[in-house]
Unconditional design. Structure first.
Length: 94
């Protein structure tokens, strides 16, 4: 499994991609969805994680919450459902 971070070239923006590792908790129960264009099945999963903050005045204990939206194709989605992933489950995405 890989989580890719994409940035595009729209106007004056530059395309970049990076592979990141995220450990966090699932924010809601995953449900299989179907794409509008080609009908492919996937799961959209929100992952909540905490990281150290540079600005400790605005954050409690020096940490802030980060939320990542992850998309998994049908094969990985079926594995997540079979594994019993639900809201509050701790996960590691790489």
């Amino acid at each position: 499994m890989a989580l890719f971070l994409f940035m595009g070239n729209l106007g004056h923006r530059i395309f970049m991609s990076a592979i990141i590792h995220v450990m966090g908790r699932v924010t809601k129960d995953p449900a299989m969805q179907q794409g509008k264009n080609n009908g492919s099945e996937y799961i959209s999963l929100d992952l909540a994680s905490s990281q150290r903050s540079q600005n400790t005045q605005n954050c409690q204990n020096g940490y802030e919450s980060m939320f990542y939206q992850c998309y998994f194709n049908k094969f990985l989605a079926e594995r997540l459902i079979k594994a019993g992933v639900k809201s509050g489950t701790c996960g590691y995405v790489y």
